[in-house]
Design a protein around this ligand. Sequence first.
Ligand SMILES: CCCCCCCC/C=C\CCCCCCCC(=O)N[C@@H](COP(=O)(O)O)[C@H](O)/C=C/CCCCCCCCCCCCC
Length: 215
Amino acid sequence: MADCEDQKFSLMEVLDTFKLCVSEQKEVYLQNYVEGWRGLVKFLNSLGSVFGFISKDVVNKIQILVNYLNGENGSQYITIQSMVKYELDNELVDMTKRGRQPESGSRTLLRLHRALRWLELFLERLRTSTEDSKTSVLCSEAYNESLAKHHPWVVRKAAGMAFCVLPGRPAFFEVMNVGPPDQVVAVLGEAVPLISEVYTITEELYTQHNLLDLP
Ligand SMILES: CCCCCCCC/C=C\CCCCCCCC(=O)N[C@@H](COP(=O)(O)O)[C@H](O)/C=C/CCCCCCCCCCCCC
């Protein structure tokens, strides 16, 4: 996991990983999903230690999923669909409160899934932003519309403080390593629907199995 902490972020790489996430049957490959998040963590790490508590949480969740993928039942974790089926069939998911199975793949992925919605909303705002837009505002609007409702006060407060030190839009665009702003906007136009597709497939799966409130 240490290697994903130092490498340079590339939006194109993240995009390519999310492209590979969805099969023709509209299943989501867990390995690619995790790789996509690894790429995003690189970006988070480039923002400095203020974002360390967020990065730590994501890395921890990635690691839980990687352990399942590499574990003895790894073949059940190839797609998000097979993971959910396997864990439900084998009563590996705590449905009402955290107990015997506090870190099932299904509940761990749900946390990243909620964060993916934040990402979708944030990138769409970034795509349609103007030169004088503030990334902290775009970020907190996207957060309040998605993840915030799942976080306690103290986490919301810490997140709000971190948003205040986000770099401005030009620095943000530069870190993406895509090229001039019009190219960044074009790539964001490609990225948002891809992320949205992964989000929608997962949301439908979790709705179908009544898993959207896993503790
Ligand atoms: C091209 C531009 C790219 C932008 C790339 C952004 C990269 C962002 C990478 C990660 C985003 C944040 C992911 C946050 C995951 C949070 C998961 C979660 O909800 N965890 C909480 C619940 O977990 P359990 O206790 O139930 O296991 C946990 O309590 C949260 C802890 C950390 C706080 C999370 C705050 C999230 C703030 C939203 C993201 C801000 C990132 C700003 C970077 C632009």
